[in-house]
Design a protein around this ligand. Structure first.
Ligand SMILES: *Cc1c(COP(=O)(O)O)cnc(C)c1O
Length: 395
């Protein structure tokens, strides 16, 4: 037998973390890594944060799981908090990002069904998007690497060019239910949508009774310097998926909706065995305790500006390697002139963790609790690595 016990669907790197402390990870043999990947925008409090650790420990000793058959004081409390903090009136808790997006898709379809328009069942989605790996969410993309071999895909998605408002408008027909997009594309290469685009989609949605569905699984929970990225676009969605950072590393996601958009989500229409369990709720509360305040959000913006500034200053010294910096807050991408995957691998071997993304971009997603000293360390090590990386080419 040659298949590995872990189904071999990931190109796993030689980094084998067994312990974490703040913004550092430690491997099996004690190797130390500066973690500017955060488990792909998940560990926003870093590793071993006392507030999150204690909340999980205390709750684990009290009550881990019951069932959605019963009343949930823990769920009600976190849902109310998210309602108070956002555009939403109601929340469905999930265990992952993709489940939050699934719930968002179902909520959008069900809205039109509820209003007697079951033919309005198609979401307009966008090139280079990533919404997760279920059948519905891969059907929402146009990326061969995600969909090859999984046919038949689900109907009800129409992919048009990202950030092209005219293309989105032209795609609207009598079957359109709404738009589904990441305000800042993550996997696709840290591409923030333009204000013109997002505000235009909001206007089109209002004009045609469509729903604006945002996937803020990666961009949400303070990552971009506001609690959610859409706040910086001056609009609110009708439905939103959030996950990744919201549990700080504990599996938690949520689908948020306005009362209007959730009109069809009545008793019996959706469910989850684990979703909203007391342990996950405790993790979510702990994360919000730390991040959902003006002071912390200002910290993210300050660190984001400084990291971006330092990267921009560094680029001219290695301008055959690096092109430009893009992104918002601490969701940054370094556009490269060479293969970003190879460079991410090289950095990893030198104790720096980042994440490759589409469009030859290296994603820089540090824990949001970083300080100036971590930025200095990161940029210094990155420049050093860039200098050495140049050597083979120069020789
Ligand atoms: C990671 C991600 C998902 C999927 O989340 P999972 O927790 O892996 O299911 C969906 N949408 C976006 C934008 C993401 O970045």
């Amino acid at each position: 037998m040659s298949i590995t016990p872990l189904m071999p669907v990931y190109p796993r790197s030689p980094v084998r973390p067994v312990r974490g402390e703040g913004v550092y990870l430690y491997g099996e043999k004690g190797e130390k890594y500066l973690d500017f990947a955060s488990g792909i925008a998940v560990n926003l409090l870093g590793h071993g944060h006392p507030v999150l650790t204690k909340a999980i420990q205390d709750q684990a000793a009290t009550l881990i799981h019951v069932s959605n058959l019963y009343g949930s004081p823990q769920g009600e409390k976190l849902a109310q908090r998210l309602v108070d903090l956002t555009f939403a009136d109601t929340v469905f808790f999930t265990n992952s990002g993709v489940e939050a997006v699934e719930c968002a898709i179902k909520t959008a379809r069900r809205y039109h069904h509820h209003h007697g328009n079951p033919h309005k069942n198609t979401l307009i989605t966008f090139s280079n998007a990533f919404h997760g790996r279920t059948m519905a969410t891969i059907s929402a993309t146009d990326q061969p690497k995600m969909i090859d071999g999984f046919a038949p895909l689900l109907e009800g998605f129409k992919v048009v060019e990202f950030d092209n408002l005219e293309a989105a408008e032209a795609a609207i027909d009598r079957h359109t239910a709404g738009f589904l997009l990441e305000p800042v594309q993550g996997e696709g290469g840290i591409r923030p949508a333009s204000k013109h685009f997002i505000q235009g989609l909001r206007r089109l949605a209002d004009e045609h009774d469509l729903l604006l569905v945002l996937d803020e699984v990666q961009s949400g929970v303070a990552r971009t310097g506001t609690l959610y990225a859409h706040e910086q676009y001056g609009i609110t969605p009708d439905i939103m998926a959030t996950a990744k950072g919201i549990g700080g590393g504990f599996p938690l996601g949520a689908c948020l909706a306005t009362e209007k958009a959730a009109a069809g989500m009545v008793v019996g229409t959706h469910g989850s065995t684990y979703g909203g369990n007391p342990l996950a709720m405790a993790a979510g509360q702990a994360v919000l305790d730390v991040v959902a305040n003006d002071e912390f959000l200002a910290h993210v913006r300050t660190m984001g500006d400084r990291l971006r500034g330092a990267l921009e200053q560094m680029i001219p010294n290695h301008d055959h390697l690096f092109d430009s910096v893009r992104g918002m807050g601490l969701m940054l991408g370094l556009k490269m002139k060479t293969d970003s995957r190879a460079f991410v691998t090289y950095l990893r071997d030198h104790g720096l963790l980042t994440v490759a993304a589409g469009d030859n971009v290296m994603r820089i997603l540090p824990p949001l609790v970083i300080e100036q000293a971590h930025i200095a360390e990161f940029v210094e090590k990155l420049s050093e690595a860039a200098r050495q990386y140049e050597l083979p080419e120069a020789a």
